[in-house]
Write a protein that binds this ligand. Structure first.
Ligand code: CO
Length: 138
């Protein structure tokens, strides 16, 4: 069950510059910053209501966000949909024949559980399923 837009993930060349730009222009404040080494990314979350803008900086050129920046430049990278149960949602999508990137849920930032769905199955949009820690059903 989709409960909310969790975040919009935006790839940026320089995290600090982007955070300052968002503060000045849109008046949104950073609420969380985290390096996720296995994914080669550093993220800053800016709260908008109970959703987030997620700015993504690459930890190097040979990372998913680094390759995205090289290929397409800065811009929208993925959309995070909040769900009650990532595992159940993956099962449902698999049953619908939707191509998945993650076959099983894995840890995300903020203690969340996440999984990515391939853009091929979502009209060209990279989709991340996000389950909040409090809703974890393991
Ligand atoms: Co994300």
């Amino acid at each position: 069950v989709l409960t909310q837009i969790d975040h919009v993930g935006i790839a940026v060349e320089d995290l600090d510059t982007a955070v300052e730009h968002y503060r000045r222009t849109l008046g949104v404040e950073p609420t969380h910053r985290e390096r996720i080494e296995p994914q080669g990314v550093e993220e800053v979350l800016l709260a908008v209501g109970s959703s987030f803008i997620q700015l993504l900086g690459a930890l190097g050129p040979d990372t998913p966000v680094g390759r995205f920046l090289e290929r397409r430049g800065p811009g929208v990278h993925h959309v995070g949909y909040r769900v009650d149960d990532v595992a159940a949602t993956l099962d449902h999508l698999r049953g619908e024949g939707v191509e998945l990137i993650d076959r099983t849920p894995r840890p995300g930032s903020r203690g969340t559980t996440i999984a990515f769905v391939h853009p091929n199955g979502m009209g060209g949009v990279l989709v991340e399923l996000v389950q909040l820690p409090s809703a974890r059903s393991e």
